[in-house]
Design a protein around this ligand. Sequence first.
Ligand SMILES: [Zn+2]
Length: 1033
Amino acid sequence: MDARVASLCCRSISCCASHHPSQFLCWNADGHFRLRSLNSLLIYKDGRVSRSKSFQLLPVAWCSSGFSDFGTSKRRGRGPSMRAINGDKEKDKEGAKYKDTVDLPQTGFNLRANSVVREPEIQKMWEETKIMDRVSEKNDGGTFVLHDGPPYANGDLHIGHALNKILKDFINRFQRYGVWADWNNPYLTLKPEYEAAQIEVFGQMVLKGHIYRGKKPVHWSPSSRTALAEAELEYPEGHTSISIYAAFKIVDVGESFPENLKMFLPRLGVAIWTTTPWTIPANAGVAVNDKLVYAVVQVHEPPETGLVEDRSGKGGKNNIKFGSGLHNPDIQYLVVALDLVEALQSKWHVKLEVKGTLLGSELEHSRYTHPLFQRECPVVVGGNYITTESGTGLVHTAPGHGQEDYVTGQKYNLPMFSPVDDEGNFTVEAGDFQGMSVLGDGNMAVVEALQKASHLLLQEAYVHKYPYDWRTKKPTIFRATEQWFASVEGFKEAALNAIADVDWFPPQGENRITAMVSGRSDWCISRQRTWGVPIPVFYNVNTGEPLMTQETISHVQEIIRQKGSDAWWYLEVQDLLPEEFRKEADQYIRGNDTMDVWFDSGSSWAAVLKTRKDLKWPADVYLEGSDQHRGWFQSSLLTSVAVQGSAPYKKVLTHGFVLDERGLKMSKSNGNGIDPEVVIEGGKNQKEAPGYGADVLRLWVASVDYTGDVMIGDRILKQMSDIYRKLRGTLRFLLSNLHNFNPELDTIQYENLPMIDKYALFQLANVMDEITESYRCYHFYKFYQLIQKFAVVDLSNFYFDTAKDRLYVGGTKNFTRRSCQTVLAAHLLCLVRAIAPVLPHMAEDAWQHLPFSHLLKDGSKCDYVFESGWPLIEDQWRSLSADNVEYWKALMQIRTEVNKVLETARGAKLIGASLDAKVLLSTANEALLSRLIQHTKEDPDKLCRIFITSQVEIIRSIEEAKSLDINYTGIYNLEGQGDLWVGVSKADGSKCERCWNYSPKVGFFPNHPSLCERCHSVICEGAEIKYQTATVV
Ligand SMILES: [Zn+2]
């Protein structure tokens, strides 16, 4: 497989606060730099901290937290070998004689990672050897495309950005095993070829009839003086608006208005509620829900006008001010939703007497006078958006200032007043309010005017979610302007079908984007900015008619491909027009609108995937934060469906946000942000903030379930660093015990391996299958759990623990040592490659310390871990019979119980190291008992080696066992195997000087009176490899 990341460095990043092209370019350069610097997680990093090197030969103590049983080498002790490794000062005493016959671990692979220095060295090596190109050349699979999207939309996102890039890197390295993103060749939406491709997408949509110009209310940012899309908004906490209740006097009623209520007509009004009083001048109607029941109520005992009441008890913002409208003699009766009468009584501090009821539909076509201007407006039926959840159940409708109002207005042909200019100030159409800011003095002036005209019922501060411009962080307004729209209605069904064809992970993503797309209105794609890709349209100077044909678009596209989008602004109109229009060039002016940045990034599939030869469309994977369902995933989907008819991706992965250790959002003001650079390199104070290296940060990414929000903090990083160190210790054990192993000469054939080694390979095969699957499904946290349990817990507590005896004192070239090394080599080659996608530096570091040459299929030496390919598991490793698997599982259980009794005996000082002990076993399970009795007496499978004691004796029945005079015993129920009796006594015989095992044979050999029979044979027979004597169970 070939994996590629096309990285985006694009202007559609919120951090781009500047509107000026040159500043923007500066920012872009900086942004590019930041992207680069963040890439140090993946590729480059300048090492700058040099630390004194400490060299430790000893593998870590395999004492794993959470495992409190006896099985740790520290407690067991390992005789003279261990002593030698420890550099014990007593070297001249016991064991010194045979010191040179012990095989000590040897490797240059340091237990201490020294990542801050070592990782950059490894990156430099990859860079210099062009390892990426080498792996690329050897690729014989298909192309895998992970298309990199725009960075996060908002917030303090350094660590979130790291999460995103690292996840992408995991996938890439797994898919092609080691292809790094092509960071040297990112796609830039600023490049002419990108802009030209984007114009092409736009052109295709024009030709398919998906683009139109219309006057509609859009999100407008007065601070940026441009239209904005939903994805360019943010909704900060704590926005407070002035909300008002107002009454409009009814002057006429519709045909279906109930006769019995007409008596109230001369003094009847409709009550409305709004959080944007400045839109009252643009009021063109009041909308009701035709199915709701409304009441005509009489207002009694109104509070004093202007009275301020503090209902919050805290004063300030929650103050309520009663209006003069409650005393208006012309409006003594009000229409409100029946369900809201009680709530409004208490809100307005009045008594409301219900005089009669009517349906919303019966209010239709009634007319009222505008409270501030001399015009009549109708009561209309709106949609289901009118509810009794808040307000009055009647909705002030200004089609120029709201999406729902616009739709209702279209239905009734209401005028679309929008007396507000680009800066958010009232225009001359707003009369006396002209020049005032709708978000400032203009808003208050409207409230005061309503009060003066006795139409204001109540005024109150109102805290709610309100859209802000994501760049300027200032409030926006809804305002009708002439804009270009993509008619999502036209291809919505195709878009929904395309969504169903995509594989969404986590699966909730599909519901999310389906709901968003099905609920969305047409996409306003034009912006009023001085930068960006222009909408390639000309307008007739006399008629204002737009000119945009296939020819004009193609012509502009070609110019932009050659000169960039700036050409749109500096060329003469006649040069922008194709030949056939050139003579009439003086009749046209160019359009000033640019395209929505989401149209820019949403065109990347066309500009990158379809344009670059080494990529393909659709991409295999898009992977971004879940906020991109409303952003890049959606804009890419819409443009792709509009032009191509299907989605630009096969699979979409999303990740959550990064929170601190307490689960709180990270922000500058909270001071709880985590800078990935500091995690990697360390902070100013290295004691408080040590440099963990990129791999520890990557391990953290692997450890979390990224599909939801994830947490990080000092404690978590410390934990990751511990796990990292233990994994490093695992690799170090493997490397250091293979130092004189030549795979070509010393590997033991599978069929000749002892049972314990076959069992180890069986487990390795299983865990590798699971690891492969977890990568394939992008479940990296499963990889993390598997590797942690297998390498850190299983291997160190069992296989490594029992292996030390034969590795250190079994005799350099002895069969038992070679078979163990055969298994260790298999583990090393599997594990180092299995961790490489997540921990590339550690894997490469280990690979560079391989004590032997690993050969590729073609016989050449594999110099780098990423050249080695994904490890293939030999089928025979899985061939262990079910019967044997069961038996070894039972042995593992027995071992756990034995360790408990050993621990008791050790606590009581009967024994020190476990080798001081003899273990006695019995079980009520006949089958298991006979299996234990028949268990081989040969190394390395014999039971005493598995338990790391000097002897093991099987007792024929539990009855008999209980009659023995043994002080330390235990009875345990083995899962599915019946009762087990364990006894521990002092080992028989004397302690061997070389291996510390006890044996009655110690003292029998005249030339080596202090050795046991095993050590005697190792010393005297030396290099003999005892293949024939190995008994396989
Ligand atoms: Zn010995």
